[in-house]
Design a binder for this molecule. Structure first.
Ligand code: AHR
Length: 750
C-alpha cells in the first residue's frame, strides 16, 4: 500500500481565517419556527390563519369547535376575536401533535373578556381526552399549568360552561425553554444549534426575507414588540408565520450563543419566483423602506434614548446587540431594478452606520448570469462581502475544491451563505467537509459560511436535505451536522500550507452501456417515437400513448451516441417531463428536464452518485400539454460533450472541463488563541489510506488526537438519525491509517 505523507508548513505565516467563519443559517422553512424552534405549542393561537396563507384556511383552522362559536372582528395584527356562548368549546391539537410532560410547567396565556359570572375554563387534555391541568378564565389570564400525566397527543381546551366569552389569544409554552427565556425557544432544538458553536446566525431567510410578492417582504418591525400585537403573514414556503420568533428573539438567541447576528433584509425587491416575477418598491416606498432598514440598525445598536433603541430597551434589553453584519438581498435576479435599490440601501447604510459590514448577493447559483452580474455589481459598488450559494451534487464539490483559489484578493470577500450537497449520505457529508476545507484554505477570501437549510420538521418539509430533522419530541442529527460540528470544534485563525504526497488515486467507474428513458413528472406522456444510435447500432421504440415512463433498455455500448424522440405531455400537471440518457439504471447519467420546478424551466442535469444536479443554467420555459416536441441529444467527445436540440434548435451545448474529482484532501489550521494545530482529512475513496504527518518546523509529531466520522458512502438519509457519530481516538506518533469514507480532524501534538 502506498504511504501518503501530509507535510504541514507550520513555519509559514499562513492565511488569516475569520474567527467568525462557521455559522448557521436559520430560515423559517420546513416548519422550523412555529411548531419548531419557537416553543409555542398552540397552532393559530391568535385566530389569524386565512386564505392568504392557504386557500382552505380560515381563522379557526387548527381548532375544533363545539357549540356556538363565531368568528368576530379582525384585530390590527390580523388575528380575530372569537365569541363563544355557552355551552361552547374550542380545542387545539398543536402543530402536528401537542405533547405534554407530566410534572413539567407550561405557561398559559389567554387574552379574553368574559361576561359577568361566566364559567370559562382552559384545560390541558391527555390522549384519552381527560383534563390533566386546568385554570379558570375570567378575562386576561396568565397561569402556569402542570399536567398530572404525559400526553403524546394532548390538547388545549377552552370551554364556556355558562355565560359568554370573547377570546383572541390562547398560547401555551413550556417554561423550560432554551435558557429559560420567556417567549423562548424549544430547548432541545436550540441546544442542537448551540452545540454547533456557531459564530454567527443568518436570519430570517433566504426566500423568507424577500418574500412571495412585494406585500410579503419580511418586515422586521412586525416581528418586535408585544407578541400579541405582532403581525403574522403568509410564509413563502406555504404556511403561516406568527412572528413570535421575531427579531428580538433572534438577537437574543445570538447573544446567548455568543454568535454574531447576521440579519438579511430584502433589497427592496421581492423574490423573482413570485407570481409576476421580481417587483420593486417605488421611489416613495423606497424612502420608507430605507428608513426601516436604518431603524433596524438603530434597534440593534442605538442608544436607549433613540426611538428604536428605546423599543429594544422596552423589550428588556437596554444594552445594544452589537450588530456588525447586514445582508441586503437574497439570491435576487440581478436586474437594473435590483441594482438601483440595492445601491440606494448600501449608500444609506454606509452613511448612517459606516461600521456595518454589508453583504450583497450573487443570485441563486454558483455560476451563470446572476452570479456574474451580482459580482460585477458588487465590485462596482465595492460591497464588503458577497453572499453566494451552491446547492450541488458531491461530484461538483469534489471537482471545485480549488474554487476560491482563483478569486480576486482585492475585491469583495465571500460569504458562502447557503450550501449543501443534495443529500444526507456520507458521500454528501464528505463533499461538504472537503469543500469547507477549501473555504478555510482561502480564509482571506471566504470570510463566512453556513450550510442550508438548518431544520426540518418531519411531515412538514418543503426542502430536503437539511441539517437536522425533528418531530415533536425527537431531534435527529445528520452526518452533515456532524461535519459542521467537527469543523466548528476545530477552528483556526490561520490556514497553513499543506502538501500531500502520494494522495490515493480515485477514478469514477465508467459504464459503457446506454439507454434512454422518458418520464412524465406528473401526468402521462405520449412518445410517438424514440431512438438511440450508438456506433452503428440502433435501438428504437414506436408509439407509447398515455404512459408515465417509457424506456429503451440498456443495450448499446459506447460513449458517443444520439438520442431522438417525439414526445408530448398528455395533461397539464405541476411539472413537465424528462429525458434521461446514458446508463439510466446506474448512478451516473444525464437528464434533460423539460418544465422542471413547477413547469417553469428547461435544464440539462447530470446525475452523479444517484443525485441529479443542474449542469446548464435553467432557462425559463413552459411545456404545454398537447404540443409535440422534437428532441435530439448528441453525446460526443467520449461522453464529455452534450448538445441538446429542441425542435431543431440548439438549446444547450456544453462540455466537461475535465476537472478531476479530488476524493482525498488534507488541510491544516492553527488556532493562535490556544496554539492548537488541527489536521483535517477527507478520504472519500474506498481505500484505507496509511498517512504520515510531518511538520516543516522539524518538530516531531508525538501524537494525533483524532475525532473521525466514518460511514459507507450511501448511508444516511433524511428524516432519520445519522448512521454514525464522531469517534475519538489517539495514535502515538505521526502515522494513522485513515479508514475509507472518513472525515477526521486531528489535534497535532508535538
Ligand atoms: O435554503 C432554502 C432556500 O434556498 C432559501 O430560502 C433560498 O435562499 C435558497 O433558494
Amino acid at each position: 500500500m502506498t504511504e501518503t505523507t501530509v507535510h504541514i508548513d507550520d513555519v509559514a505565516p499562513g492565511v488569516a481565517i475569520n474567527p467568525d467563519m462557521w455559522g448557521v443559517f436559520f430560515e423559517d422553512i420546513n416548519g422550523s419556527a412555529d411548531g419548531g424552534l419557537y416553543a409555542e405549542l398552540v397552532r393559530n393561537r391568535d385566530f389569524s390563519f386565512g386564505p392568504r396563507d392557504d386557500p382552505e384556511w380560515h381563522p379557526l383552522t387548527g381548532w375544533t369547535t363545539d357549540g356556538a362559536v363565531e368568528v368576530g372582528d379582525a384585530r390590527a395584527s390580523g388575528g380575530h376575536r372569537v365569541r363563544l356562548t355557552a355551552p361552547a368549546t374550542l380545542e387545539n391539537t398543536g402543530f402536528v401533535a401537542l405533547p405534554l410532560t407530566a410534572g413539567a410547567a407550561y405557561a398559559l396565556t389567554v387574552r379574553a373578556t368574559a361576561s359577568p359570572g361566566a364559567d370559562v375554563r382552559v384545560a390541558l387534555l391527555d390522549d384519552a381526552g381527560e383534563a390533566v391541568a386546568e385554570a379558570p378564565v375570567t378575562g386576561d389570564t396568565d397561569a402556569v399549568l402542570v399536567p398530572r400525566r404525559d400526553a403524546a397527543h394532548g390538547r388545549v381546551r377552552l370551554h364556556v360552561a355558562s355565560g359568554s366569552c370573547e377570546v383572541w389569544w390562547v398560547s401555551l409554552m413550556p417554561t423550560a425553554t432554551f435558557r429559560g427565556e420567556a417567549n423562548g425557544l424549544r430547548d432541545d432544538l436550540a441546544r442542537t444549534i448551540a452545540d454547533l458553536r456557531p459564530r454567527f446566525v443568518r436570519f430570517p431567510g433566504g426566500c423568507v426575507a424577500h418574500g412571495f410578492g412585494l406585500d410579503n417582504l419580511y418586515r422586521w418591525k412586525h416581528t418586535v414588540g408585544p407578541v400579541e400585537e405582532r403581525v403574522g403573514d403568509r410564509n413563502i414556503w406555504g404556511y403561516h408565520q406568527s412572528m413570535g420568533l421575531g427579531f428580538f428573539e433572534y438577537f437574543r438567541f445570538c447573544e446567548q450563543l455568543g454568535a454574531e447576528p447576521l440579519p438579511v433584509v430584502a433589497a427592496g425587491v421581492c423574490c423573482q419566483n413570485s407570481p409576476g416575477g421580481q417587483a420593486g418598491f417605488t421611489d416613495a416606498e423606497m424612502d420608507d423602506y430605507v428608513r426601516d432598514v436604518l431603524d433596524l440598525i438603530e434597534y440593534a445598536n442605538g442608544p436607549v434614548d433613540s426611538p428604536w433603541g428605546a423599543r429594544r430597551a422596552a423589550a428588556g434589553h437596554p444594552a445594544p446587540f452589537g450588530l456588525r453584519y447586514l445582508g441586503v438581498g437574497n439570491e435576487d435576479e440581478i436586474t437594473d431594478a435590483f441594482a438601483e435599490r440595492f445601491a440606494r440601501l448600501l449608500e444609506a447604510v454606509r452613511a448612517a452606520a459606516p461600521d456595518i459590514v454589508v453583504i450583497g448577493t450573487a443570485g441563486p447559483f454558483p455560476a451563470g448570469s446572476d452570479y456574474d452580474r451580482g459580482w460585477e455589481l458588487a465590485r462596482e459598488l465595492a460591497v464588503d462581502i458577497v453572499d453566494e450559494h451552491s446547492y450541488k451534487a458531491p461530484k461538483w464539490y469534489f471537482e471545485h475544491l480549488d474554487r476560491f483559489d482563483a478569486y480576486d484578493r482585492s475585491g469583495p470577500r465571500v460569504y458562502v451563505g447557503e450550501y449543501g450537497s443534495r443529500g444526507n449520505t456520507m458521500l454528501c457529508a464528505l463533499a461538504e467537509a472537503a469543500s469547507m476545507m477549501g473555504m478555510e484554505r482561502n480564509g482571506d477570501v471566504v470570510r463566512l459560511a453556513s450550510y442550508a437549510p438548518l431544520l426540518a420538521r418531519v411531515d412538514h418539509t418543503q426542502w430536503t436535505p437539511d441539517l437536522v430533522y425533528f418531530d415533536d419530541t425527537e431531534v435527529m442529527l445528520t452526518l452533515n451536522y456532524h461535519v459542521q460540528a467537527l469543523h466548528a470544534h476545530a477552528p483556526g485563525t490561520r490556514a497553513l500550507p499543506v502538501l500531500v504526497e502520494n494522495a490515493p488515486a480515485w477514478e469514477r467507474p465508467r459504464t459503457g452501456r446506454i439507454g434512454i428513458r422518458l418520464r412524465a413528472e406528473s401526468g402521462t406522456l405520449t412518445v410517438e417515437h424514440a431512438s438511440l444510435d450508438a456506433g452503428g447500432h440502433r435501438q428504437q421504440t414506436g408509439l407509447h400513448r398515455g404512459e408515465r415512463d417509457v424506456r429503451l433498455p440498456l443495450g448499446a455500448r459506447g460513449t458517443d451516441y444520439t438520442v431522438r424522440a417525439r414526445v408530448r405531455l398528455e395533461e397539464d400537471g405541476r411539472d413537465g417531463f424528462l429525458v434521461a440518457f446514458g446508463d439510466v439504471d446506474g448512478p451516473d447519467h444525464f437528464e434533460w428536464r423539460f418544465g422542471t420546478w413547477e413547469n417553469r424551466f428547461l435544464v440539462l442535469c447530470e446525475v452523479s452518485d444517484g443525485l441529479s444536479d443542474e449542469w446548464t443554467e435553467p432557462l425559463p420555459s413552459r411545456f404545454d400539454a398537447g404540443r409535440t416536441y422534437d428532441v435530439e441529444i448528441r453525446v460526443e467527445g467520449g461522453g464529455k460533450h452534450v448538445v441538446c436540440l429542441l425542435d431543431g434548435d440548439v438549446v444547450h451545448d456544453i462540455a466537461h472541463d475535465g476537472r478531476p474529482e479530488e476524493r482525498f484532501s488534507a488541510s491544516a489550521v492553527v488556532d493562535d488563541r490556544d496554539g492548537t494545530t488541527w489536521l483535517k482529512i477527507v478520504n472519500a475513496t474506498d481505500a484505507a489510506v496509511p498517512l504520515t504527518a510531518t511538520l516543516a518546523s522539524g518538530h516531531a509529531v508525538s501524537a494525533l488526537e483524532i475525532t473521525s466520522l466514518t460511514a459507507d458512502p450511501g448511508e444516511g438519509r433524511p428524516f432519520a438519525p445519522a448512521p454514525a457519530a464522531p469517534r475519538v481516538s489517539r495514535v502515538d506518533g505521526a502515522r494513522w491509517t485513515v479508514p475509507p469514507f472518513t472525515f477526521a480532524v486531528a489535534r497535532v501534538v508535538r
